[in-house]
Write a protein that binds this ligand. Structure first.
Ligand SMILES: [Zn+2]
Length: 305
């Protein structure tokens, strides 16, 4: 008999090491606690300069990230890569110098412009940061790519891979093939329930399975939660597939999305941060089952994201 416990090998952590974490090969993860809009960033140091991956949410977070960078390098900043458009990964662009190239997939930039920044919404869902969400200027990527793109820091190859419409439209994962390090952005959440309001969950599952088959990965820096290995991606596939499987059955049985959301049995994933995000996943999946996979659900319906 198949062992249902096969995927349940990892002990769920509720707290983890935060701050700048050395992951080897002059690469660092900048890890935060993982609540709503509390995201991670990355740092890759080359022979002459460094680049950062994502810029976090509010000024104190971004300034703390920048201070921690100064502790490990005195080289200049070369460029900023944005994994996707969500404000918790991009608002921090405001506190980086304007003459630094900001690189993203072309669909990320389009989506960022189209989705319009609603600071009042963020003040409401993150009252603890409200004072930092009053007058924030939004900055956009200055350079976009199609398909995939490679940057070089000296001889170090830094690959940007577009994931299509998965966590959002225009997701980029940053992959170092030599070092087998993946900065996944929100394509991966670790011990934090994924936000899916902008996602295409079917595409996400398929793409994640393909990445597991084709990429050699030793370390993943997720968009939220602690650093880990490829088990993070395996768990993402498992979680999203579990929700999809149960939702499809309830959809076929004629239940509404709201009824279905109440009926999902999350198993071990009940203990991830923000398990109630399953509601937005079910609503999103119902759109996909009805052939409206392109259609996102509002931040309001998603209870803040
Ligand atoms: Zn996101």
């Amino acid at each position: 008999m198949a062992n249902a416990e096969v995927n349940m090998k990892r002990k769920i952590e509720k707290k983890w090491k935060t701050g700048l974490i050395d992951i080897g090969n002059d690469c660092y993860a900048y890890i935060q606690t993982g609540g709503l809009n509390v995201s991670n960033a990355g740092l890759i140091i080359g022979p002459d300069s460094y680049l950062v991956i994502d810029t976090l949410f509010v000024k104190p977070m971004t300034e703390a990230f920048k201070c921690s960078i100064l502790e490990v390098t005195d080289k200049p900043l070369n460029s900023i890569i944005c994994t996707h458009h969500h404000a918790d990964h991009t608002l921090g662009l405001a506190w980086f110098p304007r003459d630094i190239p900001v690189i993203a997939h072309e669909h990320m930039r389009e989506r960022m412009i189209e989705s319009e920044l609603d600071l009042a919404h963020f003040r409401e869902v993150n009252p603890e940061y409200a004072e930092h969400l009053i007058e924030v200027t939004q900055f956009f990527p200055t350079h976009t790519y199609k398909g995939s793109m490679t940057l070089y820091l000296g001889n170090r190859r830094v690959e940007l891979h577009n994931m299509g419409h998965t966590h959002s439209k225009g997701d980029t994962m940053v992959y170092l093939p030599e070092e087998k390090i993946l900065f996944s952005g929100d394509f991966c959440f670790n011990f934090v329930t994924p936000a899916t309001f902008d996602a295409h969950i079917g595409n996400w599952i398929n793409k994640a399975k393909k990445i597991l088959k084709t990429f050699q990965i030793d370390i993943i820096v997720p968009g939220h939660g602690p650093v880990g290995d490829r088990a993070i991606l395996e768990d993402m596939v498992d979680y999203l597939s579990l929700v999809k499987r149960q939702s499809r059955k309830m959809y076929k049985d004629g239940l509404t999305a709201q009824e279905a959301a109440k009926g999902i049995r999350l198993g071990i994933y009940r203990d991830w941060i923000k398990p109630d995000r399953v509601e937005q996943a079910v609503m999103k999946l119902y759109n996909e089952f009805q052939g409206k996979g392109d259609q996102g659900i509002s931040l309001e319906l998603a209870k803040g994201g």
